[in-house]
Design a protein around this ligand. Structure first.
Ligand SMILES: Cc1cc2nc3c(=O)[nH]c(=O)nc-3n(C[C@H](O)[C@H](O)[C@H](O)COP(=O)(O)O)c2cc1C
Length: 414
């Protein structure tokens, strides 16, 4: 079978849900909510472009389950049905063309910057991020047992509303150092109660989130997870532990496991500092996927670094992954899946987005800002601007983040 035929095959999940091809758009935070974290009309426009672009599965940027705990200014927060009509519009446009549209649900835990909240963030244990983050993040407090139960229920409530609005599934954000990932890490979770200690205890939080979502949404509604292959931190969540968690989630009936890696402290998810040999294999987490494949039957999605039809098809042919996850290329070329599936394009290289200022380039956030600006253009019905200089994007980012952060804080203070 040639590459296009392999990528064009459908995938049927255990619950019978069919994903029409093997290309998935991975989550990218759009930051297109209002200052008070409501849904805007720009989101349906953006997701219309991705649905028409041909991906079988589109996963939204992270939607926060608690408006007191944000990852960035202008996140969407989902706690109740006040935005149902706009959510319905988002779901309607995003599921056009037979597209599966899953909402990614997240709680940032301690990775909630001062920019969006003066409030003390929460975490499994009161362990701050590395010292270099001190200027940007307040030190967290330890969650109580009641807080933990409240957060679990919030994941379930958000999933229920997403389902009611017409989203066809949800994904738990269990990667990149946010709350679920903090619970899994022995470095960030040093609790002595039933939520910490052994890997079984550290995994209790995510397993409870999964079962609470299932309870609210029923068995036919897909629930996936994005999880780290490892945190790449000394004393952190290891590859072996990650596989054990994958086995527990598989046992509990998770529908799809997306594999990524890294945290704010070690931002390896976008390929920063990965070995050249790994870059050459395109996907950063493929070796891990090969190992996990031998241990779980759950469909897998690997995200990070895929850029050629041949590389994608080979990853599927080898059996290491079932879906190919892509993020950055789709912020610039939303119709890339159609081009790949119809054989019009063989590769899509995206340049590193460096400003040339070392201090700025070392902060992975700047690259994210460049892509967020491309999404914002699409969301306003404009064409992306792949030629846009990162420095221009950076300056604009500094200005808008300061303004948005200020507005968010003023709102919270009021
Ligand atoms: C602008 C931007 C925003 C992102 N937001 C999220 C997010 O909300 N949730 C998430 O799980 N990953 C997020 N990611 C990570 C991507 O999903 C993906 O794992 C990463 O970009 C590597 O894939 P790629 O090489 O295809 O871009 C984001 C990446 C970018 C560039």
């Amino acid at each position: 079978m040639n590459s296009t035929a392999i990528l064009g095959q459908s995938l049927t999940l255990a619950n019978g849900v069919v994903i029409k091809n093997r290309i998935a758009k991975s989550a990218m935070s759009e930051a297109l909510g209002t200052t008070d974290n409501r849904v805007t009309t720009q989101l349906p426009t953006l997701y219309d472009a991705w649905a028409r672009g041909g991906a079988g599965l589109v996963i939204t940027g992270n939607v926060m389950i608690d408006r007191r705990a944000l990852g960035e200014p202008n996140n969407v927060a989902l706690e109740d049905e006040r935005d149902l009509p706009l959510l319905q519009e988002w779901a309607r446009r995003g599921t056009a063309n037979g597209t599966q549209l899953w909402m990614q649900l997240n709680h940032p835990g301690k990775q909630s910057p001062k920019l969006v909240s003066r409030r003390q963030p929460v975490a499994p244990s009161a362990i701050p991020l590395a010292p270099k983050f001190k200027p940007y993040f307040n030190d967290p407090r330890e969650l109580t047992g009641a807080d933990i139960q409240d957060i679990i229920q919030r994941f379930a409530t958000a999933a229920r509303i997403a389902q009611k609005a017409g989203f066809t599934g949800v994904q738990i954000h269990g990667a990149h150092g946010y709350l679920v990932s903090q619970f899994l890490s022995p470095l960030h979770n040093q609790r002595k109660d039933e939520w910490g200690g052994s890997i079984e205890h550290r995994a209790r939080f995510v397993l409870n989130v999964l079962s609470a979502i299932r309870h609210e949404t029923g068995p036919g509604f897909p629930v996936g997870i994005k999880m780290n292959s490892a945190d790449f931190q000394r004393g952190g969540f290891t590859e072996e532990e990650s596989m054990q968690v994958a086995e527990m989630l598989a046992e509990a009936g998770i529908d799809l496991i997306e594999i990524s890696g890294g945290t704010y402290e070690t931002p390896i998810m976008t390929g920063k500092d990965v070995k050249e040999s790994t870059q050459a294999r395109e996907a950063y987490f493929l070796e891990y996927a090969e190992k996990i494949r031998a241990r779980v039957k759950t469909p897998l999605m690997v995200t990070g670094g895929f850029r050629t039809a041949a590389g994608m098809a080979e990853a599927i042919r080898s059996g290491a992954t079932d879906l190919i996850g892509m993020a950055r290329p789709l912020a610039v070329f939303p119709a890339l899946p159609n081009d790949l599936l119809q054989g019009r394009l063989e590769r899509c290289d995206i340049k590193p987005r460096n400003t040339g200022i070392k201090l700025v380039d070392d902060m992975a956030m700047m690259e994210l800002a460049w892509y967020a600006q491309q999404m914002e253009r699409i969301a306003h019905g404009k064409a992306p601007r792949p030629d846009r200089h990162p420095l221009v994007g950076f300056l604009q980012y500094v200005y808008t983040s300061a303004l948005r952060g200020f507005r968010t804080q003023r709102l919270r203070a009021g």
